[in-house]
Design a protein around this ligand. Sequence first.
Ligand code: ARG
Length: 237
Amino acid sequence: MKKILGVLLLVLMGTISFTKEVLYVGTNAEFAPFEYMKDGEIVGFDIDLINKIGEKIGKEIKIKNIAFDGLLPALQTNKIDLIIAGMTVTKEREKFVDFSKDYFIANQVIVVPENENTIIDMESLKNKKVGVVLGYTGDLMVSKVEGVNKIQYNSAPSSIMALKGGKIDAMILDSAPAQSYVAKNKGLKIINIDTEVEKYAIAAGKNNQNLINEINKALDEIKSQGIYDELIIKHFN
Ligand code: ARG
C-alpha cells in the first residue's frame, strides 16, 4: 500500500513539475498580418511572437479570440492574462492596463478606391463617408476631424467590403493591415498621411509588473538573437 502511494505521489509530482503554467492571451484575429484566421487557425506575427516569448519565459500560451473592444474588459476581469493584438499604447488604455516595451511602430493610413483623387489628407475627409473600425485608434483619430461622416464597422474586413461596394468613400486603418488588405483586394489604394506614430505593445493587468518584466526581457532576447527579424521576414513580404 505504502509503495503504491509512493508511486502515485511521484507520478503526481512529475505531472505538476512538467505541466507548464498557462498564460491565456487575448487577441482579435481580424488584423492581418498580425493576427488572422487561416484554415481555421489563428496565425500571424503576433501569434508567433507571443509563442516565442512563452518559450523564453517557460509558460504555455493559449490564444483566445475576442472582439477587439472586449479585450481590455477581459483583461480587467482576469479572463485573460495578456493581450497581443497590434494594440497601440494610448494614455487612455494605460489607465486600465500596463504595457510591455513596444514591439512594432505603426501609423494610420487612408484607404480609397483606386480612381479616387480628391482625398489626399485628413482635412479632405470632410463631408465624406469614412469607415473606421469600432474602438481602433483610427476611430478616435477620425473623431477629431470635424465634419466627417464617420461610419463604424466591427472589423477591418467588413469596412473593406463596404469600401469596395461603394458604401463609403474612404476608410482609416493601421498601415500594415491596410497594405495587406489592399494587396488582397483589387481596386483599392493607400493614401499616406502625416500622423503620429503608434507603438504596439503587449498588455497585462495592472499590478503584474513581474510578468511585464519577464516579457520585456524576452523581447530583448528575441531581438538580439535575430528571432524578431526572422518573424518580420516571415510575415511582411
Ligand atoms: N492599432 C489599433 C488599435 O490599437 C488597431 C488594433 C486592432 N487589432 C486587432 N487585432 N484587431 O486600436
